[in-house]
Ligand binder design. Sequence first.
Ligand SMILES: NC(=O)c1ccc[n+]([C@@H]2O[C@H](COP(=O)([O-])OP(=O)(O)OC[C@H]3O[C@@H](n4cnc5c(N)ncnc54)[C@H](OP(=O)(O)O)[C@@H]3O)[C@@H](O)[C@H]2O)c1
Length: 504
Amino acid sequence: MSLKQSYNAESIQAFLVSHLAEVVGVETAEIDVNENLENYGLDSAQAMMIISKLEELLGFKPSPILLWHYPNIAALSQRLSEESTDDSQAKDTASGTNAPVTFAVPFLDLAAEAVLDPTIQPVGNTVFITNPKNIFLTGGTGYLGAFIIKELLEVSEATLYCLVRASNVEEGKSKLENNLQQYGIWQDEYSSRIIPIIGDLAQPHLGIGAEQFESLAANIDTIYHSAALLNYVYPYSALKTANVLGTQEVLRLACQTKVKPVHYVSSVAVFESSAYAGQVVKEQDSFDDWEGIFLGYSQTKWVSEKLVKIAGSRGLPITIYRPPLISGDSKTGICNTHDFINLMIKGCLQMGSFPDVDYMLDMSPVDYVSKSVVYLSRQETSVGKAFHLQHPQPASLKSLVDWVRSFGFSLKMIPYEEWQAELINNVTSQDNPLYTLRPFLLERWSDEQITIPDLYLQARRPIISCEETLEALKGSSIVCPPIDSQLLMTYTSYLVQTGFLSLA
Ligand SMILES: NC(=O)c1ccc[n+]([C@@H]2O[C@H](COP(=O)([O-])OP(=O)(O)OC[C@H]3O[C@@H](n4cnc5c(N)ncnc54)[C@H](OP(=O)(O)O)[C@@H]3O)[C@@H](O)[C@H]2O)c1
């Protein structure tokens, strides 16, 4: 057990410079202590490596969130030196745990963030087009985006212009193709109808040259905006550029030269404020409350959807789709193995225990979500509305754990606090996928000192109604598959077959 040590800001600064340089693979001379830490592109695994090194030095575990909340190394070192000389935050030796030391997070007024550039105004009249010929889509290299591409190609004859981060068109094209292949939904005949547009959400005008931006603005008929940076560890400030400002640039494209309807993939997370706890929230309900949304990612989704709503109030035709967690394809079981549910199952199996919490399995299969988005987007009655792609009959998390056990895996349910202590003390390397999620699972927020998972306890969550969405889907053959043993068998089989889960 290491003891808490006192260090001045200079020595912490030198330590951080040398370890940051090592982790991001540059010379120490290239690290500027006044440079914004975000600009070094640290991912959550690298952040955890630095935090582990800091723990060895300081004798207490600083919150990983600090790496994003403090603007630069100089400011962070100053803060850490104050902590290292403050005895009140000493290691919790009484409980024998090695819990992170918590820090006050800077106040963020989300309502003040929801300001749409006043120059973004729809130009000209809107006519609803049932069969758009040219579609602009973001997020096509992601999970949901791949399935939306497939569905759009299946139900329409449109050409899809897909925003991709790549160094050239060829690379962009293969990134899109490989992504659909990875999910088992690629067909060679799709190729000629998928056109990569090299760009970046985080850049002004989506990182597309002015000429191409204008050409798209003049020729695109409809936009699907599914891209976002999904990260459960980064704070709002690290996600804002891609998620919030990126959405603003999409809205700019939609309004420029001719009006193009925007189909925006949001999230049920917009109702994460404590104000909605226990309340039924319907599709068209307002979501003005934001206090108590702590996750940076959810904060960006709240602000982004607000921007989309503002554009709607200026006359842009908008439709909003709010999925819950998106699970695997109900037919094949193919899924995003990096998503939260899968990482949690794998990590808990490695730990041998699952937290005994009152959660509902807030998940819908990706084929249900993508088919619903595309079907609803093609109905004129959807304009101006929001839809909840929530599972109509969610199951309890316990039923998932029972299922996993019945498959032969050994997993015990233990009280949440006990599980957290095991996570702190025993999950100490990246061998367990929960390691990089530890800040998300353990960080304590607000006066109540609750963790983000505490916020998802059933008692703190809203009841997301999807009645209107089911009504709107009635004219289609789209039905959300039940979360039953057949679906869970499909999912588990895929995870075992691919080696993601091992029965041994
Ligand atoms: N997955 C869920 O459980 C879930 C639940 C509710 C809502 N949603 C929403 O659904 C949408 C799709 O989620 P997903 O699961 O498909 O996410 P994903 O698999 O992580 O895909 C994210 C997509 O966004 C793109 N992207 C991120 N930053 C970008 C940037 N700076 N410039 C251009 N593209 C960028 C990624 O491109 P790269 O390939 O270049 O990284 C990728 O194509 C998101 O808006 C998300 O908020 C998802």
